[in-house]
Design a protein around this ligand. Structure first.
Ligand SMILES: Cc1cc2nc3c(=O)[nH]c(=O)nc-3n(C[C@H](O)[C@H](O)[C@H](O)COP(=O)(O)O)c2cc1C
Length: 379
């Protein structure tokens, strides 16, 4: 049974929680494949960081408040001139057609219907233009620095022309590091579950003399093995789109990114797929927020499974979160309708946590007013 055959059986409102969608997704793939891709096998590569990300939220209890909740609560935030009705975006995930027949288009449809901004992976299996059209226009584009700068530039130009509004440059897992494991993951996944062969749709216009440096079966090997700040300066020099650096995990690197004139930072450890035994991303957030000093917006992903997790990140200084596995699992379970159900569940969890903490407007949260970051609330 392929993923797409199974997902056609999804009925609207079957499930709302991210944990429930994880179970549905596991049932629809073989569970070994699920564990390999999502890092759920204890002791497997990356499993420690995956677990740290999820467990990290427990160190930050929420502080309840009473008699201070208004009837109407606002969850709108603004990031890089993009108004988000809820404080999250869809994280970039490569080759979405391996998860569902409609792949990136299912995610784009859910983005359009919910007003969420989708960050389209450079490893998209669907052409950028088609995704932008279905998503209703508010698409950001994720970039890896490739071995050949001219290849990176050709794809950036295509994303610009397609109407993508910002670039998110992922720097936490350079091509030469850990790529063997990551390639094994991709290959095994595709053999076992893919309804479609791998396709690097964002690269199909790259001139043939350069195309030989790109291999859909070994995508990580096509990336720059040792990108540096000079490559980021170069990227800054060739585009006027806002640039967010994804993969920041220390205050020191956040300071360097701000000094480089970047427009935002995204705290991420690639959902645990980069350095194993890394800190949870939520644990990193106070340090990064202190370093960035509110000069640029901070985004964060890694382990977000509940609306309460999202509220904690915003209280600690993030502007918005990126949904990774929380997006992939409902996609596998039932395409766009299942993603919309997941968002409904996340929204109601967030709203409930806001109400019980006396937080009425996410736009008003002031990082820095918390006397104790382990007891989050507006003081
Ligand atoms: C299967 C899978 C594929 C991913 N593909 C990409 C990608 O193409 N580009 C990228 O920048 N990040 C990629 N990521 C990382 C996500 O964007 C995000 O950082 C991560 O999933 C967040 O952690 P979470 O899944 O625990 O929320 C991928 C993650 C997973 C699980």
């Amino acid at each position: 049974m392929t993923v797409s055959d199974a997902s056609e059986g999804y009925r609207r409102s079957s499930c709302f929680s991210v944990a429930g969608f994880a179970e549905l997704a596991r049932e629809r793939m073989d569970s070994e494949g699920f564990d390999v891709i999502f890092g759920a096998t204890p002791g497997a590569p990356g499993s420690h960081t995956v677990a740290n990300n999820v467990d990290g939220f427990q160190a930050f209890p929420l502080l309840p408040r009473v008699l201070s909740t208004s009837e109407q609560r606002s969850t709108t935030v603004e990031v890089l001139a993009t108004e988000l009705p809820k404080p999250w975006l869809f994280a970039p995930i490569g080759q979405l057609r391996r998860f569902h027949r409609d792949g990136e288009l299912a995610v784009a449809e859910a983005a359009h219907l919910s007003g969420t901004t989708m960050i389209l992976s450079m490893a998209t299996s669907t052409p950028i233009e088609e995704v932008v059209e279905v998503s209703g226009g508010s698409t950001w584009f994720q970039v890896y620095l490739m071995r050949e700068r001219s290849v990176t530039e050709a794809v950036v130009r295509r994303a610009e022309e397609a109407g993508c509004r910002a670039l998110v440059v992922t720097v936490d897992s350079p091509g030469g590091v850990g790529s063997r494991e990551r390639e094994q993951i991709l290959t095994r996944d595709q053999v076992r579950a893919s309804p479609a062969p791998p396709r690097l749709a964002a690269f199909e216009h790259v001139p043939s003399r350069l195309a030989s440096s790109i291999d859909p079966n070994h995508f990580a090997a096509s990336m720059h093995p040792q990108p540096s700040w000079a490559d980021i300066d170069w990227l800054r020099s060739i585009t006027s789109l806002p640039i967010v650096l994804k993969g920041i995990q220390t205050g020191t690197d956040a300071r360097l990114a701000v000094a480089r004139g970047l427009d935002g930072v995204a705290i991420s450890n690639h959902g645990g797929h980069a350095l194993d035994f890394a800190r949870s991303t939520i644990e990193t957030l106070p340090e990064v927020a202190a370093a960035a000093q509110r000069t640029v917006p901070i985004l964060i992903d890694g382990g977000f499974r509940r609306g309460d997790d999202v509220l904690k990140a915003l209280c600690l200084g993030a502007k918005a979160t990126l949904l990774g596995r929380a997006l992939a699992w409902p996609l596998i379970a039932g395409g766009a309708p299942a993603i919309l159900d997941m968002l409904e569940g996340l929204t109601s969890e967030l709203d409930r946590a806001m109400a019980l903490c006396g937080i009425n407007d996410l736009g008003d949260l002031q990082p820095g007013v918390f006397t104790n970051p382990r007891q989050l609330a507006v003081v």
